[in-house]
Design a protein around this ligand. Structure first.
Ligand SMILES: [Zn+2]
Length: 133
């Protein structure tokens, strides 16, 4: 599992490269590695539509969330919807085709291989915890 500071380390340079500012306190934003190319394309689209600020980027309930400032245009919101749809079919860890998976600590959009790996790691952690009790 990638830790939150690593997400922030990746998100910061990407936003900077596109000349974007993030409005909310930075630690609240993150982007899983498999979705960075989607966010990259989205930032290009948003800039074309005159939007240069995002309020927040995160993964929630297995989906990509990109919150725009209140004044963002409907075209900017449409670009976000397109990216969210793409993320829903893309493994958030590796970028291969995926879908929302349950049975982990929280819902994650994963390919079969990443899902299997995470489920095995979770099972191993549970077994280790069980032995200690
Ligand atoms: Zn994957």
């Amino acid at each position: 599992m990638t830790s939150e500071p690593e997400y922030i380390d990746r998100l910061g340079p990407l936003l900077g490269r596109h000349g974007f500012k993030i409005k909310m306190p930075f630690p609240l934003s993150e982007c899983p590695p498999g979705w960075l190319p989607i966010l990259d394309d989205l930032l290009v689209e948003l800039r074309r539509k005159g939007c240069r600020t995002v309020a927040q980027v995160k993964q929630k309930f297995g989906g990509l969330r990109v919150n725009l400032p209140l004044r963002a245009s409907s075209q900017a919101h449409a670009a976000v919807e397109k990216a969210v749809g793409r993320a829903a079919r893309t493994c958030e860890e590796c970028g291969r085709p995926g879908r929302p998976r349950e049975g982990l600590r929280w819902v994650q959009t994963l390919c079969a291989a990443c899902w299997k790996e995470k489920a095995a790691a979770r099972k191993a952690r549970a077994q280790r915890a069980g032995r200690r009790v």
